[in-house]
Design a protein around this ligand. Structure first.
Ligand SMILES: [Mg+2]
Length: 377
Protein backbone atom coordinates (compact mmCIF):
# COMPACT_ATOMS: atom_id res chain seq x y z
CA UNK A 1 0.00 0.00 0.00
CA UNK A 2 1.34 3.43 -0.97
CA UNK A 3 0.54 7.08 -0.47
CA UNK A 4 -0.24 8.97 -3.68
CA UNK A 5 -0.43 12.50 -2.31
CA UNK A 6 -3.35 14.76 -1.55
CA UNK A 7 -6.28 15.26 -3.83
CA UNK A 8 -10.08 15.53 -3.84
CA UNK A 9 -12.91 13.42 -5.21
CA UNK A 10 -13.70 16.50 -7.28
CA UNK A 11 -10.52 15.79 -9.26
CA UNK A 12 -12.21 12.93 -11.10
CA UNK A 13 -15.95 13.53 -10.59
CA UNK A 14 -16.13 17.31 -10.72
CA UNK A 15 -19.50 18.38 -9.32
CA UNK A 16 -21.26 15.43 -10.96
CA UNK A 17 -22.19 14.25 -7.47
CA UNK A 18 -25.44 13.81 -5.55
CA UNK A 19 -25.82 13.31 -1.83
CA UNK A 20 -28.90 11.75 -0.23
CA UNK A 21 -31.21 14.67 -1.02
CA UNK A 22 -30.74 14.02 -4.77
CA UNK A 23 -29.75 17.59 -5.58
CA UNK A 24 -26.78 17.41 -7.99
CA UNK A 25 -23.93 19.70 -6.95
CA UNK A 26 -23.52 20.81 -10.57
CA UNK A 27 -26.22 23.44 -10.87
CA UNK A 28 -26.73 22.72 -14.56
CA UNK A 29 -28.33 19.43 -13.52
CA UNK A 30 -31.91 19.30 -12.20
CA UNK A 31 -32.65 18.67 -8.51
CA UNK A 32 -35.17 15.97 -7.53
CA UNK A 33 -37.98 18.51 -7.18
CA UNK A 34 -37.70 19.44 -10.87
CA UNK A 35 -37.89 15.88 -12.15
CA UNK A 36 -40.61 14.39 -9.94
CA UNK A 37 -43.17 14.35 -12.73
CA UNK A 38 -40.99 12.73 -15.42
CA UNK A 39 -39.64 10.17 -12.98
CA UNK A 40 -42.92 9.52 -11.19
CA UNK A 41 -41.78 10.32 -7.66
CA UNK A 42 -44.53 11.73 -5.40
CA UNK A 43 -44.04 15.04 -3.55
CA UNK A 44 -42.38 14.78 -0.17
CA UNK A 45 -40.60 11.51 -0.91
CA UNK A 46 -36.85 11.21 -1.35
CA UNK A 47 -36.23 7.73 -2.77
CA UNK A 48 -33.52 5.71 -1.06
CA UNK A 49 -30.72 3.89 -2.80
CA UNK A 50 -31.99 0.65 -4.28
CA UNK A 51 -35.62 1.82 -4.66
CA UNK A 52 -36.86 1.59 -8.27
CA UNK A 53 -37.67 5.33 -8.01
CA UNK A 54 -34.04 6.06 -7.09
CA UNK A 55 -32.99 4.29 -10.27
CA UNK A 56 -35.40 6.41 -12.33
CA UNK A 57 -34.12 9.69 -10.87
CA UNK A 58 -30.44 8.80 -11.29
CA UNK A 59 -30.96 7.48 -14.83
CA UNK A 60 -32.67 10.77 -15.70
CA UNK A 61 -29.87 12.86 -14.16
CA UNK A 62 -27.26 10.73 -15.95
CA UNK A 63 -28.93 11.44 -19.30
CA UNK A 64 -28.92 15.16 -18.56
CA UNK A 65 -25.28 15.00 -17.48
CA UNK A 66 -24.42 13.14 -20.68
CA UNK A 67 -25.91 15.98 -22.73
CA UNK A 68 -23.30 18.20 -21.07
CA UNK A 69 -20.54 15.61 -21.33
CA UNK A 70 -20.93 14.57 -24.97
CA UNK A 71 -23.94 16.23 -26.61
CA UNK A 72 -25.72 14.01 -29.12
CA UNK A 73 -24.17 10.74 -27.89
CA UNK A 74 -26.73 8.95 -25.71
CA UNK A 75 -25.60 6.57 -22.98
CA UNK A 76 -25.53 2.98 -24.20
CA UNK A 77 -24.03 1.09 -21.27
CA UNK A 78 -23.58 1.35 -17.52
CA UNK A 79 -20.79 0.53 -15.11
CA UNK A 80 -21.18 0.82 -11.33
CA UNK A 81 -18.50 0.81 -8.62
CA UNK A 82 -19.59 0.20 -5.03
CA UNK A 83 -18.96 -1.59 -1.75
CA UNK A 84 -22.30 -3.07 -0.66
CA UNK A 85 -23.92 -5.97 -2.45
CA UNK A 86 -27.50 -5.20 -1.45
CA UNK A 87 -27.78 -1.43 -1.69
CA UNK A 88 -25.24 -0.84 -4.48
CA UNK A 89 -26.28 -3.98 -6.37
CA UNK A 90 -29.93 -2.95 -6.24
CA UNK A 91 -29.14 0.68 -7.13
CA UNK A 92 -27.18 -0.53 -10.15
CA UNK A 93 -30.03 -2.83 -11.22
CA UNK A 94 -32.60 -0.04 -10.79
CA UNK A 95 -30.57 2.54 -12.77
CA UNK A 96 -29.84 0.02 -15.53
CA UNK A 97 -33.50 -0.95 -15.78
CA UNK A 98 -34.66 2.67 -15.86
CA UNK A 99 -32.17 3.63 -18.58
CA UNK A 100 -32.41 0.27 -20.39
CA UNK A 101 -28.64 0.04 -20.31
CA UNK A 102 -26.68 -3.20 -20.16
CA UNK A 103 -23.73 -3.26 -17.81
CA UNK A 104 -21.88 -4.75 -14.86
CA UNK A 105 -21.19 -3.60 -11.32
CA UNK A 106 -17.97 -4.00 -9.37
CA UNK A 107 -18.60 -4.48 -5.64
CA UNK A 108 -15.58 -4.77 -3.36
CA UNK A 109 -14.90 -5.26 0.31
CA UNK A 110 -11.31 -5.95 1.23
CA UNK A 111 -10.49 -9.02 3.33
CA UNK A 112 -7.30 -10.77 4.37
CA UNK A 113 -8.43 -14.01 2.77
CA UNK A 114 -7.33 -14.88 -0.73
CA UNK A 115 -10.15 -15.66 -3.12
CA UNK A 116 -11.26 -15.21 -6.69
CA UNK A 117 -13.91 -12.67 -7.60
CA UNK A 118 -17.39 -14.10 -7.80
CA UNK A 119 -19.87 -13.24 -10.54
CA UNK A 120 -23.52 -13.31 -9.48
CA UNK A 121 -26.89 -12.27 -10.84
CA UNK A 122 -29.03 -10.07 -8.59
CA UNK A 123 -32.35 -8.63 -9.79
CA UNK A 124 -31.32 -9.59 -13.33
CA UNK A 125 -28.14 -7.54 -13.02
CA UNK A 126 -24.61 -8.88 -13.18
CA UNK A 127 -22.40 -8.17 -10.16
CA UNK A 128 -18.67 -8.77 -9.94
CA UNK A 129 -17.91 -9.32 -6.24
CA UNK A 130 -14.28 -8.87 -5.21
CA UNK A 131 -12.39 -8.97 -1.93
CA UNK A 132 -9.68 -6.54 -3.01
CA UNK A 133 -9.98 -3.00 -4.32
CA UNK A 134 -7.08 -3.66 -6.66
CA UNK A 135 -9.31 -6.19 -8.50
CA UNK A 136 -10.90 -3.18 -10.22
CA UNK A 137 -8.25 -3.56 -12.94
CA UNK A 138 -9.30 -7.18 -13.67
CA UNK A 139 -12.92 -6.10 -13.49
CA UNK A 140 -12.26 -3.63 -16.30
CA UNK A 141 -11.10 -6.57 -18.43
CA UNK A 142 -14.24 -8.50 -17.49
CA UNK A 143 -16.44 -5.52 -18.44
CA UNK A 144 -14.78 -5.29 -21.86
CA UNK A 145 -15.09 -9.06 -22.39
CA UNK A 146 -18.88 -8.71 -22.03
CA UNK A 147 -18.73 -6.72 -25.27
CA UNK A 148 -19.12 -3.49 -23.29
CA UNK A 149 -16.67 -0.77 -24.25
CA UNK A 150 -15.55 2.20 -22.19
CA UNK A 151 -15.98 5.30 -24.28
CA UNK A 152 -18.15 8.37 -24.80
CA UNK A 153 -21.33 6.30 -24.56
CA UNK A 154 -20.49 4.66 -21.22
CA UNK A 155 -21.87 6.01 -17.95
CA UNK A 156 -19.86 5.07 -14.87
CA UNK A 157 -21.53 5.53 -11.50
CA UNK A 158 -19.23 5.57 -8.50
CA UNK A 159 -20.44 5.21 -4.93
CA UNK A 160 -18.74 7.65 -2.54
CA UNK A 161 -19.20 6.26 0.99
CA UNK A 162 -16.79 3.43 1.75
CA UNK A 163 -15.94 3.07 -1.96
CA UNK A 164 -14.27 6.24 -3.22
CA UNK A 165 -13.72 7.51 0.32
CA UNK A 166 -12.85 5.17 3.20
CA UNK A 167 -12.62 1.89 1.24
CA UNK A 168 -14.62 -0.88 2.89
CA UNK A 169 -12.49 -3.44 4.68
CA UNK A 170 -9.49 -1.13 4.56
CA UNK A 171 -10.34 2.34 5.85
CA UNK A 172 -14.11 2.39 6.51
CA UNK A 173 -13.71 2.21 10.30
CA UNK A 174 -12.56 5.85 10.23
CA UNK A 175 -15.92 6.88 8.72
CA UNK A 176 -17.68 4.98 11.52
CA UNK A 177 -15.47 6.66 14.12
CA UNK A 178 -16.41 10.07 12.74
CA UNK A 179 -20.09 9.20 13.08
CA UNK A 180 -19.87 7.90 16.66
CA UNK A 181 -17.82 10.95 17.58
CA UNK A 182 -20.59 13.14 16.11
CA UNK A 183 -23.25 11.33 18.16
CA UNK A 184 -21.11 11.67 21.27
CA UNK A 185 -20.42 15.35 20.71
CA UNK A 186 -24.08 16.11 20.08
CA UNK A 187 -25.32 14.26 23.15
CA UNK A 188 -22.54 15.74 25.30
CA UNK A 189 -23.30 19.31 24.14
CA UNK A 190 -26.96 18.88 24.99
CA UNK A 191 -26.51 17.14 28.33
CA UNK A 192 -23.64 19.28 29.56
CA UNK A 193 -22.48 18.21 33.02
CA UNK A 194 -25.01 15.34 33.07
CA UNK A 195 -23.13 13.60 30.25
CA UNK A 196 -21.51 10.30 31.22
CA UNK A 197 -19.07 9.05 28.59
CA UNK A 198 -18.99 5.42 29.79
CA UNK A 199 -22.78 4.92 29.89
CA UNK A 200 -23.09 6.68 26.55
CA UNK A 201 -20.60 4.30 24.93
CA UNK A 202 -22.36 1.23 26.36
CA UNK A 203 -25.78 2.45 25.22
CA UNK A 204 -24.54 3.35 21.73
CA UNK A 205 -22.71 0.05 21.19
CA UNK A 206 -25.67 -2.04 22.38
CA UNK A 207 -28.31 -0.16 20.40
CA UNK A 208 -26.16 -0.13 17.26
CA UNK A 209 -26.32 -3.95 17.04
CA UNK A 210 -28.34 -5.47 14.22
CA UNK A 211 -30.53 -7.22 16.82
CA UNK A 212 -32.06 -3.79 17.54
CA UNK A 213 -32.38 -2.58 13.93
CA UNK A 214 -36.15 -3.14 13.86
CA UNK A 215 -36.35 -0.68 16.76
CA UNK A 216 -33.72 1.86 15.61
CA UNK A 217 -34.41 1.34 11.88
CA UNK A 218 -30.58 1.34 11.68
CA UNK A 219 -30.96 5.13 11.64
CA UNK A 220 -28.16 7.06 13.33
CA UNK A 221 -30.36 10.11 13.99
CA UNK A 222 -32.75 7.88 15.94
CA UNK A 223 -29.84 6.27 17.76
CA UNK A 224 -28.45 9.68 18.74
CA UNK A 225 -31.87 10.74 20.04
CA UNK A 226 -32.31 7.52 22.05
CA UNK A 227 -28.82 7.99 23.58
CA UNK A 228 -29.78 11.56 24.48
CA UNK A 229 -32.98 10.47 26.24
CA UNK A 230 -31.14 7.68 28.05
CA UNK A 231 -28.44 10.14 29.10
CA UNK A 232 -31.11 12.45 30.47
CA UNK A 233 -32.21 9.60 32.74
CA UNK A 234 -35.73 9.11 31.34
CA UNK A 235 -35.11 5.41 30.77
CA UNK A 236 -32.75 2.82 32.07
CA UNK A 237 -30.87 1.04 29.26
CA UNK A 238 -31.44 -2.58 30.31
CA UNK A 239 -35.12 -2.02 31.02
CA UNK A 240 -35.58 -0.38 27.61
CA UNK A 241 -33.77 -3.20 25.79
CA UNK A 242 -35.89 -5.71 27.70
CA UNK A 243 -39.06 -4.04 26.42
CA UNK A 244 -37.66 -4.05 22.87
CA UNK A 245 -36.83 -7.76 23.11
CA UNK A 246 -40.25 -8.55 24.58
CA UNK A 247 -41.92 -6.81 21.65
CA UNK A 248 -43.43 -4.11 23.89
CA UNK A 249 -41.33 -1.36 22.33
CA UNK A 250 -41.33 -2.03 18.62
CA UNK A 251 -40.42 1.13 16.76
CA UNK A 252 -38.64 4.42 17.19
CA UNK A 253 -41.91 6.26 16.56
CA UNK A 254 -43.47 4.48 19.50
CA UNK A 255 -40.47 5.47 21.61
CA UNK A 256 -40.48 9.16 20.71
CA UNK A 257 -44.28 9.33 21.12
CA UNK A 258 -43.86 7.87 24.60
CA UNK A 259 -41.18 10.44 25.44
CA UNK A 260 -43.58 13.10 24.20
CA UNK A 261 -46.11 11.93 26.79
CA UNK A 262 -43.46 12.45 29.45
CA UNK A 263 -41.91 15.78 28.42
CA UNK A 264 -42.41 17.01 31.99
CA UNK A 265 -39.72 14.47 33.00
CA UNK A 266 -37.29 15.90 30.44
CA UNK A 267 -34.85 18.55 31.68
CA UNK A 268 -36.12 21.94 30.52
CA UNK A 269 -33.02 22.37 28.35
CA UNK A 270 -33.97 19.32 26.23
CA UNK A 271 -37.65 20.07 25.65
CA UNK A 272 -37.06 22.31 22.68
CA UNK A 273 -34.75 19.86 20.88
CA UNK A 274 -37.24 17.06 21.58
CA UNK A 275 -40.09 19.14 20.11
CA UNK A 276 -38.08 19.90 17.00
CA UNK A 277 -37.03 16.30 16.41
CA UNK A 278 -40.51 14.94 17.13
CA UNK A 279 -42.01 17.43 14.69
CA UNK A 280 -39.64 16.35 11.93
CA UNK A 281 -40.23 12.65 12.64
CA UNK A 282 -43.96 13.24 12.25
CA UNK A 283 -43.31 15.00 8.93
CA UNK A 284 -41.42 11.90 7.78
CA UNK A 285 -37.94 13.47 7.77
CA UNK A 286 -35.51 10.52 7.87
CA UNK A 287 -32.71 12.73 9.27
CA UNK A 288 -34.56 14.64 11.99
CA UNK A 289 -31.59 15.32 14.28
CA UNK A 290 -30.02 18.25 12.42
CA UNK A 291 -27.52 19.15 15.16
CA UNK A 292 -26.14 15.61 14.98
CA UNK A 293 -25.75 15.71 11.19
CA UNK A 294 -24.00 19.10 11.36
CA UNK A 295 -21.58 17.61 13.86
CA UNK A 296 -21.12 14.61 11.58
CA UNK A 297 -20.04 16.95 8.78
CA UNK A 298 -17.43 18.48 11.09
CA UNK A 299 -16.14 15.18 12.54
CA UNK A 300 -15.92 13.80 8.99
CA UNK A 301 -13.96 16.66 7.42
CA UNK A 302 -11.77 16.78 10.57
CA UNK A 303 -10.57 13.32 9.52
CA UNK A 304 -9.75 14.31 5.95
CA UNK A 305 -6.15 15.30 5.17
CA UNK A 306 -5.56 15.74 8.90
CA UNK A 307 -2.14 14.07 9.24
CA UNK A 308 1.22 15.55 8.37
CA UNK A 309 3.44 14.63 5.42
CA UNK A 310 5.54 12.40 7.67
CA UNK A 311 2.63 10.10 8.60
CA UNK A 312 3.11 6.45 7.63
CA UNK A 313 0.62 4.59 5.43
CA UNK A 314 -0.46 2.62 8.53
CA UNK A 315 -1.19 5.84 10.39
CA UNK A 316 -3.10 7.24 7.42
CA UNK A 317 -5.21 4.08 7.15
CA UNK A 318 -5.94 4.17 10.87
CA UNK A 319 -6.77 7.86 11.27
CA UNK A 320 -7.68 9.57 8.00
CA UNK A 321 -10.61 9.14 5.66
CA UNK A 322 -8.72 8.39 2.46
CA UNK A 323 -9.42 8.44 -1.24
CA UNK A 324 -9.19 4.92 -2.64
CA UNK A 325 -6.31 5.14 -5.10
CA UNK A 326 -7.47 2.14 -7.18
CA UNK A 327 -10.86 3.80 -7.75
CA UNK A 328 -9.27 7.19 -8.44
CA UNK A 329 -6.78 5.78 -10.93
CA UNK A 330 -9.45 3.82 -12.83
CA UNK A 331 -11.84 6.78 -12.81
CA UNK A 332 -9.19 9.12 -14.26
CA UNK A 333 -8.43 6.58 -16.99
CA UNK A 334 -12.11 6.09 -17.87
CA UNK A 335 -12.73 9.82 -17.85
CA UNK A 336 -9.84 10.28 -20.27
CA UNK A 337 -11.50 7.65 -22.51
CA UNK A 338 -14.57 9.92 -22.67
CA UNK A 339 -16.87 8.10 -20.24
CA UNK A 340 -19.35 9.97 -18.07
CA UNK A 341 -18.34 9.71 -14.40
CA UNK A 342 -20.97 10.35 -11.75
CA UNK A 343 -20.81 10.01 -7.94
CA UNK A 344 -23.57 8.89 -5.55
CA UNK A 345 -23.52 9.32 -1.81
CA UNK A 346 -26.06 8.15 0.71
CA UNK A 347 -24.85 10.65 3.31
CA UNK A 348 -27.50 13.20 4.29
CA UNK A 349 -26.84 16.61 2.74
CA UNK A 350 -26.45 18.25 6.18
CA UNK A 351 -23.59 15.83 6.93
CA UNK A 352 -21.98 16.37 3.52
CA UNK A 353 -21.99 20.12 3.04
CA UNK A 354 -20.97 23.01 5.27
CA UNK A 355 -23.61 25.42 6.49
CA UNK A 356 -23.29 29.05 5.46
CA UNK A 357 -21.07 29.95 8.39
CA UNK A 358 -18.55 27.15 7.79
CA UNK A 359 -18.60 27.78 4.03
CA UNK A 360 -17.43 31.34 4.76
CA UNK A 361 -14.56 29.85 6.75
CA UNK A 362 -13.41 27.91 3.70
CA UNK A 363 -15.14 24.56 4.25
CA UNK A 364 -16.42 22.67 1.20
CA UNK A 365 -18.66 19.73 0.39
CA UNK A 366 -16.99 16.44 1.24
CA UNK A 367 -16.15 15.67 -2.39
CA UNK A 368 -14.20 18.94 -2.58
CA UNK A 369 -12.21 18.46 0.64
CA UNK A 370 -8.57 17.44 0.26
CA UNK A 371 -7.30 14.21 1.70
CA UNK A 372 -4.63 11.61 0.93
CA UNK A 373 -5.04 8.98 -1.75
CA UNK A 374 -3.78 5.58 -0.63
CA UNK A 375 -3.88 2.23 -2.36
CA UNK A 376 -1.98 -0.45 -4.13
CA UNK A 377 -2.34 1.55 -7.35
MG1 LIG B 1 -21.07 2.77 0.05
Amino acid sequence: MKRYGRTTVHEFLGDFVVYRGLVPLDERLPPLDEVRRETNVPEGIIPRKGDPAYGRVIAHVLQRAQELNVPGAPIERLMYIGDTRMSDGNAFAAIGRAGRWPGTAFIASETEKAGRPEIVEQRNAKLYLANRWSAIAEFEGFFLKQGLSIDERTAIVVDLDKTTLGARGRNDHVINQARVEAVRRTVENLLGAEFDQASFQIAYDRLNRSEFHPFTADNQDYLAYICLVLGAGLYELDALLERVRAGQMRTFRQFIAEVDERTCDLPASLREIHERIYGRVQEGDPTPFKAFRRNEYITTVDRMGCLGDDASVEELLAEEILITQEVREAALRWKAAGALLFGLSDKPDEASMPGQELALQGYHSIHRMETDAVGSG
